[in-house]
Design a protein around this ligand. Structure first.
Ligand SMILES: Nc1ncnc2c1ncn2[C@@H]1O[C@H](COP(=O)(O)OP(=O)(O)OP(=O)(O)O)[C@@H](O)[C@H]1O
Ligand SMILES: O=P(O)(O)OC[C@H]1O[C@H](OP(=O)(O)OP(=O)(O)O)[C@H](O)[C@@H]1O
Ligand SMILES: [Mg+2]
Length: 281
Protein backbone atom coordinates (compact mmCIF):
# COMPACT_ATOMS: atom_id res chain seq x y z
CA UNK A 1 0.00 0.00 0.00
CA UNK A 2 1.06 3.60 -0.55
CA UNK A 3 1.13 6.58 1.82
CA UNK A 4 1.15 10.01 0.14
CA UNK A 5 3.18 12.61 2.06
CA UNK A 6 4.21 16.22 1.32
CA UNK A 7 7.28 16.34 -0.92
CA UNK A 8 8.58 19.70 0.32
CA UNK A 9 7.79 22.73 2.41
CA UNK A 10 7.01 22.98 6.07
CA UNK A 11 4.99 19.76 6.24
CA UNK A 12 7.61 17.50 4.69
CA UNK A 13 10.13 16.96 7.50
CA UNK A 14 7.66 16.70 10.43
CA UNK A 15 5.75 14.07 8.44
CA UNK A 16 8.88 12.02 7.72
CA UNK A 17 9.96 12.33 11.37
CA UNK A 18 6.58 11.05 12.51
CA UNK A 19 6.66 8.05 10.14
CA UNK A 20 10.18 7.22 11.32
CA UNK A 21 9.14 7.41 14.96
CA UNK A 22 6.17 5.18 14.16
CA UNK A 23 8.67 2.58 12.94
CA UNK A 24 8.09 3.09 9.22
CA UNK A 25 11.72 3.82 8.39
CA UNK A 26 12.30 5.06 4.86
CA UNK A 27 14.82 3.29 2.71
CA UNK A 28 16.66 5.63 0.37
CA UNK A 29 14.22 8.55 0.43
CA UNK A 30 16.79 10.76 -1.28
CA UNK A 31 15.99 14.33 -2.30
CA UNK A 32 13.89 14.60 -5.44
CA UNK A 33 12.85 10.95 -5.38
CA UNK A 34 9.15 10.58 -6.00
CA UNK A 35 8.75 7.58 -3.76
CA UNK A 36 10.63 5.61 -1.12
CA UNK A 37 10.33 2.05 0.10
CA UNK A 38 10.01 1.49 3.83
CA UNK A 39 11.19 -1.26 6.16
CA UNK A 40 7.71 -2.72 5.77
CA UNK A 41 7.81 -4.37 2.33
CA UNK A 42 4.08 -3.70 1.94
CA UNK A 43 4.36 0.07 2.50
CA UNK A 44 5.69 2.62 -0.01
CA UNK A 45 5.83 6.37 0.61
CA UNK A 46 4.80 8.62 -2.30
CA UNK A 47 5.99 12.23 -2.27
CA UNK A 48 3.44 14.70 -3.62
CA UNK A 49 2.45 18.36 -3.30
CA UNK A 50 0.45 19.01 -0.14
CA UNK A 51 -2.42 20.27 -2.30
CA UNK A 52 -2.47 17.13 -4.49
CA UNK A 53 -2.49 14.58 -1.69
CA UNK A 54 -6.27 14.47 -1.17
CA UNK A 55 -6.72 13.65 -4.89
CA UNK A 56 -4.06 10.95 -4.72
CA UNK A 57 -5.98 9.27 -1.93
CA UNK A 58 -9.42 9.81 -3.48
CA UNK A 59 -8.25 8.40 -6.84
CA UNK A 60 -6.64 5.34 -5.25
CA UNK A 61 -3.04 6.28 -6.16
CA UNK A 62 -2.42 6.07 -2.40
CA UNK A 63 -4.37 4.28 0.33
CA UNK A 64 -3.73 6.98 2.93
CA UNK A 65 -2.40 10.52 2.82
CA UNK A 66 -0.93 13.02 5.22
CA UNK A 67 -1.69 16.70 4.57
CA UNK A 68 -3.47 19.79 5.90
CA UNK A 69 -7.19 19.62 6.61
CA UNK A 70 -7.49 22.85 4.56
CA UNK A 71 -6.16 20.99 1.51
CA UNK A 72 -8.68 18.20 1.96
CA UNK A 73 -11.53 20.73 2.21
CA UNK A 74 -10.29 22.65 -0.81
CA UNK A 75 -10.07 19.50 -2.93
CA UNK A 76 -13.72 18.68 -2.31
CA UNK A 77 -12.84 14.99 -2.02
CA UNK A 78 -14.74 12.66 0.25
CA UNK A 79 -12.09 11.49 2.72
CA UNK A 80 -12.12 10.17 6.25
CA UNK A 81 -9.92 12.03 8.66
CA UNK A 82 -8.38 9.27 10.82
CA UNK A 83 -6.00 11.21 13.07
CA UNK A 84 -5.04 14.78 13.92
CA UNK A 85 -1.24 14.75 13.80
CA UNK A 86 -0.93 17.96 15.83
CA UNK A 87 1.34 19.98 13.55
CA UNK A 88 0.67 22.44 10.71
CA UNK A 89 -1.81 24.17 12.98
CA UNK A 90 -3.13 27.30 11.35
CA UNK A 91 -6.27 29.26 10.62
CA UNK A 92 -7.72 30.43 7.35
CA UNK A 93 -8.97 33.97 7.84
CA UNK A 94 -10.70 36.69 5.89
CA UNK A 95 -8.46 39.77 6.17
CA UNK A 96 -8.40 43.27 4.69
CA UNK A 97 -6.13 46.33 4.91
CA UNK A 98 -6.01 47.75 8.45
CA UNK A 99 -6.75 51.30 7.36
CA UNK A 100 -9.18 50.53 4.53
CA UNK A 101 -12.96 50.58 4.37
CA UNK A 102 -13.58 46.83 4.63
CA UNK A 103 -14.48 46.19 8.25
CA UNK A 104 -16.98 43.37 8.03
CA UNK A 105 -18.02 40.67 5.57
CA UNK A 106 -20.95 42.78 4.29
CA UNK A 107 -18.52 45.48 3.12
CA UNK A 108 -17.34 43.03 0.47
CA UNK A 109 -20.54 43.32 -1.60
CA UNK A 110 -19.40 43.85 -5.20
CA UNK A 111 -15.74 43.42 -4.17
CA UNK A 112 -12.98 40.91 -4.91
CA UNK A 113 -11.32 38.42 -2.59
CA UNK A 114 -7.96 36.86 -3.51
CA UNK A 115 -7.09 33.39 -2.22
CA UNK A 116 -5.24 30.15 -2.85
CA UNK A 117 -8.38 28.41 -1.58
CA UNK A 118 -11.20 29.33 -4.02
CA UNK A 119 -13.47 26.42 -3.07
CA UNK A 120 -13.23 27.16 0.64
CA UNK A 121 -13.85 30.83 -0.15
CA UNK A 122 -16.93 30.03 -2.24
CA UNK A 123 -18.47 27.83 0.40
CA UNK A 124 -17.68 30.42 3.06
CA UNK A 125 -19.40 33.24 1.16
CA UNK A 126 -22.35 30.95 0.35
CA UNK A 127 -23.22 31.24 4.04
CA UNK A 128 -23.07 35.04 4.00
CA UNK A 129 -25.20 37.73 2.37
CA UNK A 130 -22.47 38.75 -0.08
CA UNK A 131 -20.88 37.01 -3.07
CA UNK A 132 -17.67 38.81 -3.98
CA UNK A 133 -15.62 37.80 -7.01
CA UNK A 134 -13.04 35.17 -6.05
CA UNK A 135 -9.62 35.74 -7.58
CA UNK A 136 -7.46 32.62 -7.40
CA UNK A 137 -3.78 33.31 -6.79
CA UNK A 138 -0.94 30.89 -6.15
CA UNK A 139 1.14 32.75 -3.58
CA UNK A 140 1.95 36.14 -2.03
CA UNK A 141 -1.77 36.54 -1.39
CA UNK A 142 -1.09 39.13 1.30
CA UNK A 143 0.18 41.56 -1.33
CA UNK A 144 -2.96 41.59 -3.49
CA UNK A 145 -5.04 44.16 -1.52
CA UNK A 146 -2.18 46.62 -1.80
CA UNK A 147 -1.88 46.38 -5.56
CA UNK A 148 -5.58 46.69 -6.41
CA UNK A 149 -5.99 43.04 -7.30
CA UNK A 150 -8.37 42.44 -4.40
CA UNK A 151 -10.22 44.17 -1.57
CA UNK A 152 -9.59 41.37 0.88
CA UNK A 153 -7.96 37.95 1.11
CA UNK A 154 -8.66 34.54 2.56
CA UNK A 155 -5.31 33.12 3.62
CA UNK A 156 -3.44 31.05 6.17
CA UNK A 157 -2.21 32.60 9.38
CA UNK A 158 -0.52 31.05 12.38
CA UNK A 159 1.64 33.53 14.31
CA UNK A 160 -0.02 36.49 12.55
CA UNK A 161 3.36 37.93 11.52
CA UNK A 162 2.70 37.90 7.78
CA UNK A 163 -0.66 39.65 8.16
CA UNK A 164 0.85 42.30 10.43
CA UNK A 165 3.82 42.86 8.15
CA UNK A 166 1.41 43.47 5.31
CA UNK A 167 -0.86 45.74 7.41
CA UNK A 168 -3.83 43.40 7.15
CA UNK A 169 -6.42 42.90 9.88
CA UNK A 170 -8.50 39.76 10.41
CA UNK A 171 -12.18 40.27 9.77
CA UNK A 172 -13.37 36.74 10.48
CA UNK A 173 -12.03 33.22 10.87
CA UNK A 174 -13.02 30.96 8.00
CA UNK A 175 -11.71 27.63 9.32
CA UNK A 176 -9.05 26.00 11.47
CA UNK A 177 -6.63 23.46 10.09
CA UNK A 178 -3.98 21.00 11.15
CA UNK A 179 -2.29 18.07 9.48
CA UNK A 180 -4.32 14.85 9.43
CA UNK A 181 -4.04 11.27 8.32
CA UNK A 182 -6.67 10.71 5.63
CA UNK A 183 -8.13 7.60 4.03
CA UNK A 184 -10.97 6.85 1.65
CA UNK A 185 -14.26 5.84 3.23
CA UNK A 186 -13.97 2.37 1.65
CA UNK A 187 -10.42 1.71 2.93
CA UNK A 188 -10.56 3.45 6.31
CA UNK A 189 -11.18 0.10 8.01
CA UNK A 190 -8.57 -1.94 6.10
CA UNK A 191 -6.18 -3.89 8.27
CA UNK A 192 -3.07 -2.22 6.89
CA UNK A 193 -4.59 1.26 7.21
CA UNK A 194 -5.49 0.39 10.76
CA UNK A 195 -1.97 -0.76 11.47
CA UNK A 196 -0.52 2.54 10.23
CA UNK A 197 -3.09 4.54 12.17
CA UNK A 198 -2.25 2.64 15.37
CA UNK A 199 1.50 3.07 14.85
CA UNK A 200 1.21 6.85 14.37
CA UNK A 201 -1.27 7.16 17.21
CA UNK A 202 1.17 5.41 19.53
CA UNK A 203 3.81 8.06 18.76
CA UNK A 204 1.35 10.88 19.43
CA UNK A 205 0.24 9.24 22.67
CA UNK A 206 3.86 9.07 23.87
CA UNK A 207 4.54 12.73 23.10
CA UNK A 208 5.23 14.71 26.25
CA UNK A 209 5.20 11.60 28.44
CA UNK A 210 8.02 10.14 30.53
CA UNK A 211 8.45 6.70 32.05
CA UNK A 212 9.46 6.65 35.72
CA UNK A 213 10.99 3.61 37.39
CA UNK A 214 11.92 3.45 41.06
CA UNK A 215 12.45 1.21 44.05
CA UNK A 216 10.03 1.54 46.93
CA UNK A 217 10.06 -0.20 50.35
CA UNK A 218 6.88 -2.27 50.84
CA UNK A 219 5.55 -0.10 53.66
CA UNK A 220 5.95 3.09 51.60
CA UNK A 221 3.96 1.88 48.60
CA UNK A 222 0.70 3.68 49.42
CA UNK A 223 2.50 6.97 50.15
CA UNK A 224 4.39 6.74 46.88
CA UNK A 225 1.23 5.82 44.99
CA UNK A 226 -0.50 8.93 46.35
CA UNK A 227 2.04 11.32 44.81
CA UNK A 228 2.10 9.80 41.32
CA UNK A 229 -0.10 12.02 39.13
CA UNK A 230 -2.34 10.80 36.34
CA UNK A 231 -5.24 8.42 36.05
CA UNK A 232 -3.52 5.11 35.36
CA UNK A 233 -2.13 3.55 38.49
CA UNK A 234 1.55 2.56 38.58
CA UNK A 235 2.74 -0.95 37.81
CA UNK A 236 4.13 -2.59 40.96
CA UNK A 237 6.49 -5.58 40.82
CA UNK A 238 8.22 -7.68 43.44
CA UNK A 239 12.00 -7.71 43.22
CA UNK A 240 13.13 -11.27 43.93
CA UNK A 241 15.03 -11.61 47.17
CA UNK A 242 14.55 -8.00 48.22
CA UNK A 243 12.24 -6.13 50.52
CA UNK A 244 11.72 -3.31 48.01
CA UNK A 245 9.20 -3.18 45.17
CA UNK A 246 9.82 -1.92 41.65
CA UNK A 247 7.29 0.76 40.72
CA UNK A 248 6.84 1.98 37.13
CA UNK A 249 4.59 4.83 36.00
CA UNK A 250 3.89 7.03 32.95
CA UNK A 251 3.89 10.71 33.87
CA UNK A 252 3.42 13.96 31.92
CA UNK A 253 6.77 15.58 31.21
CA UNK A 254 5.62 18.78 32.94
CA UNK A 255 4.95 16.87 36.19
CA UNK A 256 8.29 15.04 36.34
CA UNK A 257 10.29 17.65 38.25
CA UNK A 258 7.79 18.05 41.08
CA UNK A 259 6.91 14.36 41.20
CA UNK A 260 10.52 13.31 41.70
CA UNK A 261 10.90 15.50 44.80
CA UNK A 262 7.68 14.10 46.23
CA UNK A 263 8.66 10.52 45.44
CA UNK A 264 11.94 10.92 47.28
CA UNK A 265 10.16 12.43 50.27
CA UNK A 266 7.91 9.36 50.32
CA UNK A 267 10.84 6.97 50.35
CA UNK A 268 11.35 6.07 46.69
CA UNK A 269 14.95 5.57 45.59
CA UNK A 270 16.94 4.76 42.43
CA UNK A 271 14.51 6.80 40.38
CA UNK A 272 15.02 6.49 36.65
CA UNK A 273 13.34 8.78 34.07
CA UNK A 274 13.26 7.70 30.42
CA UNK A 275 11.61 8.87 27.22
CA UNK A 276 8.81 6.84 25.72
CA UNK A 277 8.97 6.12 22.01
CA UNK A 278 5.48 4.80 21.59
CA UNK A 279 2.49 4.10 23.74
CA UNK A 280 0.07 1.52 22.36
CA UNK A 281 -3.19 1.50 24.29
N1 LIG B 1 2.22 29.37 8.58
C1 LIG B 1 1.73 28.15 8.71
N2 LIG B 1 1.61 27.56 9.90
C2 LIG B 1 1.11 26.32 10.02
N3 LIG B 1 0.70 25.58 8.99
C3 LIG B 1 0.80 26.10 7.78
C4 LIG B 1 1.32 27.40 7.55
N4 LIG B 1 1.32 27.65 6.23
C5 LIG B 1 0.83 26.54 5.65
N5 LIG B 1 0.50 25.61 6.56
C6 LIG B 1 -0.07 24.28 6.31
O1 LIG B 1 0.76 23.66 5.36
C7 LIG B 1 0.03 23.33 4.20
C8 LIG B 1 0.94 23.43 3.01
O2 LIG B 1 1.31 24.76 2.79
P1 LIG B 1 1.93 25.17 1.40
O3 LIG B 1 1.21 24.48 0.31
O4 LIG B 1 2.04 26.64 1.41
O5 LIG B 1 3.28 24.47 1.45
P2 LIG B 1 4.62 25.08 1.90
O6 LIG B 1 5.12 24.16 2.95
O7 LIG B 1 4.50 26.49 2.30
O8 LIG B 1 5.44 24.94 0.57
P3 LIG B 1 5.22 25.84 -0.72
O9 LIG B 1 4.32 26.97 -0.38
O10 LIG B 1 6.62 26.25 -1.03
O11 LIG B 1 4.64 24.88 -1.73
C9 LIG B 1 -1.13 24.29 4.21
O12 LIG B 1 -2.20 23.81 3.45
C10 LIG B 1 -1.46 24.36 5.67
O13 LIG B 1 -2.22 23.23 6.04
O1 LIG C 1 0.99 33.86 10.46
P1 LIG C 1 2.36 33.48 9.97
O2 LIG C 1 3.13 32.72 11.01
O3 LIG C 1 3.12 34.64 9.44
O4 LIG C 1 2.17 32.41 8.80
C1 LIG C 1 1.38 32.70 7.67
C2 LIG C 1 2.11 32.52 6.39
O5 LIG C 1 2.65 31.19 6.29
C3 LIG C 1 2.34 30.67 5.00
O6 LIG C 1 3.29 31.06 4.08
P2 LIG C 1 4.65 30.24 3.87
O7 LIG C 1 5.61 30.59 4.94
O8 LIG C 1 4.30 28.80 3.75
O9 LIG C 1 5.18 30.79 2.52
P3 LIG C 1 4.60 30.53 1.07
O10 LIG C 1 3.77 31.75 0.80
O11 LIG C 1 5.81 30.42 0.24
O12 LIG C 1 3.80 29.29 1.09
C4 LIG C 1 1.01 31.33 4.66
O13 LIG C 1 0.77 31.33 3.27
C5 LIG C 1 1.16 32.73 5.23
O14 LIG C 1 1.70 33.60 4.28
MG1 LIG D 1 3.33 27.93 2.11
Amino acid sequence: MRIAVPNKGRLHQPTIDLLERAGLHLIDGADRKLYAETVDPDVTVLFARAADIPEYVADGAASVGITGFDQARESGTDLVDLLDLGFGRCRLVLAAPEDGNIECVEDLAGGTVATEFPEIARSYFAETSVSPTIAEVSGATELTPHVDIADAIIDITSTGTTLRMNRLATIEEVMESSVRLFARPDTAEDQKVNQIQTAIQSVLAADGKRYLMMNVPHEQLEDVRSVIPGLGGPTVMDIAGQDALAVHAVVDEGDVFETISKLREQGASDILVTEIERLVA
